[in-house]
Design a protein. Structure first.
Lengths: 383, 311
């Protein structure tokens, strides 16, 4: 079996990633040149931590986008002769090397690592976004009104938070649960929140301008309904959006596990912001409570929420990895990092490098998100 | 204060009741019961045979009746029978809890001092080189979950250097056995506590009484040890207490990773085999740990910080 040396491996990998380098150079170069006009995002380029975080995150986003160009092999194609082979072994059929070696079933680890970014970078940000909508829609009234609403909602949030995440996933992400209507119901409830939130946002903001209001509501209904049909019921009439039952299950469970924490943060921020003068001014003007919450409180809470969003996407990435690590909900074929770690970790003694690509990929993405959050926090405190 | 604790205890009880009911409902879902029946008998059972077995074992009675029964028995200290281990839960559980307790003790014993030292060193001179490098270190550790760091440590220390084994045997308290799992868990948790300590320390260092101490000519070392430390360590206390729930999740991952047969391993075994009574007992223990530590952290915080005494 022919192999190539360490230098050839790294130069080969570097060349394979060419669309990423090009994209990084264009995005970061342009942003750096115009950093003074880009607000908070531009300020990121003033801190080393921020640049490092942004570069790591962009690297993985671009990798996910250009995965088809970067990966030399199909992530689920098996080459029987290349099982557990060390890095640099050449696949005789095509003459292309397995840069990071083969996994336990003879699949190319490099291609699997590259495609793995796709799964993480679609589910994690989307689930975090939905969790934020749920947390915001419930956290604002809890913090603003206080009283009984607050007591009930806080109790419910603490209920979920008191539950160990692993146990929650073991109970919620199983083939057994998938046979019941639980995941679909959960998703149906969670996906209502973005629609409710946007509807309230437009109603309170533009209710006095019927034409604009109804146009916006029309958009919300069409786009929301389309995504709703596609994501929750997998019946998108256009066939573009869709989630497999197991992905929907994971999605619903991840949203369920992370929205209480968002709720807590939003509630705390709202309780703090509602004592400010501009809120009192709005109250004196006679604005309704939902207008104040969505148009006065929420925009002023955006700083901490953006920082928390970055951290939470990282945390969700870790959660998805945990699911893969325990073999919950994902098909064994799926090239996601957690499953890859789980499948290869038994062979560390034979081929120590077999676990490295996926572990380092996961850690670097989460590290990037955490550094980005830190850079954002640092820069937003300066203003 | 007493009223506060009593109210919290009431909420605690309600939380535990609701959560156990939810777990009870989830493990008793139709497909899960069928899986249990197949696993307990043989895999080629017909649907009728499954139904009659469930009927015979009493799984077909209304959910609430059976929950009431379980609750009554649990209050008497009888947590039922484990179908996976074919023994009463009370015989399996305590041993595993002790093993995990030993592991958790060593994790706490290494993590807390390490994190406090890092946090204090970073926070006492905010913005210095030490601060920056230690902060990046803390971020890096919080970004590396146990199943990543554990595997990286195994690759380095077990596969390449050959110092330790990649597995840890339960109950064997030796350095070789515990080094990898303890290191994996404490490093992941360390970053978070260190960052909280750093923030708290940095805030204290800018306060008026530190400036006064500095103006009267005290040495920097004396200021840090005599004035700053005590006040800076109040906030991390809560964070440290709240690490216990996290420790539970971490324990499950690390025990699976190193094949350490403690509580986390038990939980995974029980959940994988839909061992109803065992899953319920495990959830009860984990939820109790979470809630009790929350209560203790609230009380301890009020106790340590006279300004925040609860009315």
């Amino acid at each position: 079996m022919e192999t190539i040396g360490a230098f050839a491996i790294w130069s080969g990998v570097t060349i394979q990633f060419w669309p990423v380098w090009l994209g990084l150079a264009i995005i970061m170069g342009l942003s750096y040149a115009f950093k003074h006009r880009l607000g908070l995002y531009g300020h990121l380029y003033d801190s080393g931590v921020g640049i490092a975080g942004l570069a790591l995150v962009l690297f993985w986003i671009l990798t996910a986008m250009f995965a088809d160009t970067i990966a030399p092999f199909d992530p689920i194609e098996q080459f029987g002769l290349l099982k557990r082979k060390p890095p640099g072994v050449i696949e005789s059929g095509s003459g292309i090397p397995f840069f990071f070696g083969g996994d336990n079933l003879g699949r190319d680890l490099f291609s699997r690592m590259v495609y793995g970014s796709r799964f993480v970078l679609t589910i994690a940000p989307a689930a975090t976004l939905v969790a934020f909508m749920v947390g915001i829609t419930l956290g604002l009234p809890a913090g603003y009104f206080g009283g009984r609403i607050d007591t009930v909602l806080t109790f419910l949030a603490n209920l979920v938070l008191a539950f160990p995440v692993i146990l929650l996933f073991y109970l919620l992400v199983t083939p057994g649960v998938r046979e019941t209507p639980i995941p679909t119901t959960m998703a149906a409830v969670f996906f209502m929140f973005p629609i409710i939130m946007f509807a309230t946002l437009f109603k309170t903001g533009y209710g006095s301008r019927p034409v604009l209001f109804w146009t916006l509501m029309g958009f919300t209904a069409v786009i929301g309904g389309w995504l709703y049909l596609g994501l929750v019921f997998n019946r998108d009439p256009l066939g573009i959006v869709g989630l497999d039952p197991n992905e929907l299950n994971i999605f619903a469970a991840v949203v369920f596990a992370s929205s209480p924490a968002v709720f807590r943060i939003v509630r705390g921020l709202t309780m703090d912001i509602k004592t400010r003068d501009y809120v009192a001014a709005a109250q004196t003007r006679g604005e309704g409570p939902w207008y104040i919450m969505l148009w006065e409180v929420l925009p002023n809470a955006r700083g901490p929420l953006i920082v928390d969003g970055c951290l939470r996407i990282g945390y969700t990435t870790i959660l998805l990895g945990t699911l893969g690590f325990f073999g919950l909900g994902l098909s064994p074929e799926s090239p996601d990092w957690g499953s890859m770690i789980n499948q290869t970790r038994g062979f560390i003694r034979l081929v120590p490098t077999i676990v490295l690509p996926q572990t380092i990929a996961l850690a670097s993405l989460v590290l990037g998100l955490n550094l980005l959050a830190d850079g954002l926090r640092e820069q937003s405190l300066k203003d | 204060m007493l009223m506060f604790i009593l109210r919290r205890l009431g909420v605690m009880l309600l939380t535990m009741l609701t959560l156990t009911l939810i777990v009870f409902a989830l493990v008793n879902l139709e497909p899960n019961l069928k899986k249990l029946a197949l696993e307990q008998n043989n895999n080629r059972m017909t649907q009728e045979a499954v139904d009659s077995w469930l009927e015979k074992e009493g799984y077909k009675r209304p959910l609430l009746v059976r929950y009431g029964e379980w609750l009554g028995n649990s209050l008497k200290g009888d947590f039922g029978y484990s179908t996976r281990f074919r023994k009463p839960v009370n015989e399996v559980m305590p041993e595993r809890l002790v093993y995990t307790g030993i592991l958790a003790f060593w994790v706490m014993a290494t993590m807390v001092p390490g994190a406090l030292i890092i946090g204090v060193l970073a926070g006492m001179r905010e913005g210095s080189k030490t601060d920056r490098s230690l902060s990046v270190f803390s971020i890096a550790t919080t970004a590396t979950p146990e199943y990543v760091s554990g595997i990286l440590f195994t690759v380095v220390f077990a596969a390449w250097l050959g110092w330790f084994k990649g597995v840890a045997k339960a109950g064997d308290v030796t350095f070789e056995n515990f080094a990898l799992p303890v290191m994996t868990m404490s490093i992941y948790g360390m970053g978070y506590i260190a960052r909280m300590t750093r923030a708290s320390m940095a805030e204290v260092m800018t306060s008026q009484y530190i400036r006064t101490a500095r103006l009267k000519g005290m040495s920097f070392g004396a200021i840090v040890t005599k004035h700053a430390l005590r006040n800076a360590l109040i906030a991390p206390f809560t964070v440290i207490m709240l690490q216990f729930p996290w420790l539970l999740t971490g324990v499950v991952i690390v025990e699976k990773l190193f094949n350490y047969k403690g509580f986390g391993w038990l939980l995974v075994e029980a959940a994988d085999n839909n061992d109803i009574d065992m899953v319920l007992a495990c959830s009860l223990v984990s939820v109790a740990v979470v809630i009790v530590t929350q209560l203790l952290s609230d009380i301890g915080y009020a106790f340590l910080n006279p300004r925040i005494r609860v009315q």
